[in-house]
Design a protein around this ligand. Structure first.
Ligand SMILES: Nc1ncnc2c1ncn2[C@@H]1O[C@H](COP(=O)(O)OP(=O)(O)OP(=O)(O)O)[C@@H](O)[C@H]1O
Ligand SMILES: [Mg+2]
Length: 389
């Protein structure tokens, strides 16, 4: 309670009528100001007491939630909201009364769909629980903007990919053209084309057609939307399975494996199949960079809301200039590389809302780091465990 009100209450019997009137007037006008501020917010604000009865609603909440009772005050929170899913989320959250709970709901009313985000925050007074504050925001536009940005991003990468394809198919097409011309010329001049030469020309043409086919297949893999299906999983599990899978190949290439997996990492949302593919692409590059043998190090760790996977090799490393190009589709320095390995890595990690970063030193080695966001609910679980200890 405000100190001056406390003081006034203590000496209420000594105050004359005029002073009491002035005090009430001050209080009422302060109240009105607060109400005015709350009502001019576009976000919805709803306050409940310890019995979960609604004690305050601002105008915003009525605009955002048409399914709210017209006079919600004095009703139990979940009984005032005529939407089963929202009501049950609110009921569970206020009953926990321990930490902030958040959830998004999409309302499909008569107009266009709207996405609302709900946050339930416990309110304390003098360190004693006092009820809950429920904040409601309309995040439809934000979600739309994000989707637009993602589309623009994938369109931009499609343009680079298309340019890459155009560049890639030039050579095989040229070579096919030349060999067809050679055959045509021989036929025109009635020159006898011996079987061996004709066979060689045709073989080259077939090889080039296969190369073209490979380019198209890789291109399609790189541009197709991924049919990811995310499951809450442990990164260490995926890494351990992968190690089983690659250990013979490492041995064959005289590559030592050094792993350091942090125990009890929080779970993250993973499509294990795609994530394994991304990790394999990075490992294969690492092995290729250590043609004299070396050490491949795999580390998992948690830091600042992310689970990180570091994959380091002690290979040839890369120059700054090379580093700036490695995620570009078709960039390769290998005779038989497609140059799509890291494009796929980038795409898979983005699909997981994660990031991939690289550090490299020429003749010393390279480290790729994949960082995956820890979902909020896992973070809460962590806090919770921390408190228990
Ligand atoms: N660990 C690494 N050390 C050194 N250079 C690397 C490493 N990883 C990638 N590179 C460089 O980046 C280029 C692109 O890699 P990316 O995996 O996309 O294609 P690629 O390995 O050449 O072909 P693909 O993976 O399709 O067989 C490689 O050709 C290589 O020059
Ligand atoms: Mg590669």
């Amino acid at each position: 309670m405000r100190k001056f009100i406390q003081r006034a209450l203590n000496k209420l019997s000594k105050l004359d009528q005029e002073q009491i009137r002035a005090l009430l007037y001050d209080l009422a006008s302060e109240n009105e100001t607060l109400e005015m501020v709350l009502n001019s917010m576009t976000d919805g604000v709803l306050v409940t007491d310890l019995e979960h009865k609604i004690i305050f609603t601002n105008q915003g909440v009525h605009t955002l939630l048409p399914m709210l009772r017209s006079e919600p005050e004095e009703h139990l929170l979940w009984e005032a909201v005529a939407d089963k899913e929202i009501a049950s989320f609110l009921k569970e959250s206020v009953k926990k009364n321990s930490q902030r709970e958040e959830e998004e709901f999409t309302l499909d009313g008569s107009g266009p769909d709207r996405t609302l985000s709900f946050s339930v925050v416990p309110v304390n007074r003098d360190d004693e629980p006092h009820g809950n504050l429920i904040l409601v925001s309309d995040i439809t536009d934000r979600r739309k903007r994000e989707a637009r940005l993602r589309r623009a991003e994938s369109l931009a990468s499609l343009t680079t990919l298309a340019a890459g394809v155009a560049h890639e198919i030039k050579n095989p097409l040229g070579s096919i053209g030349i060999h067809i011309q050679l055959i045509q010329k021989a036929l025109k001049q009635k020159q006898c084309l011996d079987e061996e030469t004709a066979g060689r020309y045709l073989e080259i043409i077939t090889e080039e057609i296969e190369r073209l086919n490979g380019i198209v297949v890789d291109f399609l893999f790189a541009v197709r939307p991924m049919d990811t299906s995310m499951k809450r999983s442990t990164v260490n599990g995926v890494v351990e399975e992968l190690i089983e899978f690659i250990k013979y190949e490492l041995e064959e290439n005289q590559v030592k494996l050094d792993t350091k997996l942090q125990r009890n990492l929080p779970k993250v949302d993973l499509d294990e199949k795609y994530m394994k593919q991304a990790l394999i692409n990075i490992i294969k590059n690492g092995v290729a960079a250590m043609n004299q043998g070396g050490t491949l190090k795999i580390v998992t760790r948690e830091d600042q809301g992310f689970v990180h996977i570091d994959i380091s090799d002690s290979g040839i490393g890369m120059s700054e200039e090379q580093l700036s190009k490695i995620f570009e589709p078709y960039y390769t320095t290998k005779e038989f590389g497609s140059g799509l390995g890291l494009t796929v890595v980038y795409k898979v990690v983005r699909e997981h809302n994660g990031e991939v970063s690289v550090h490299s030193r020429e003749n010393q080695g390279t480290t790729f780091t994949i960082s995956l966001p820890i979902p909020d609910s896992e973070k809460r679980l962590l806090d919770w465990k921390g408190e228990e200890e």
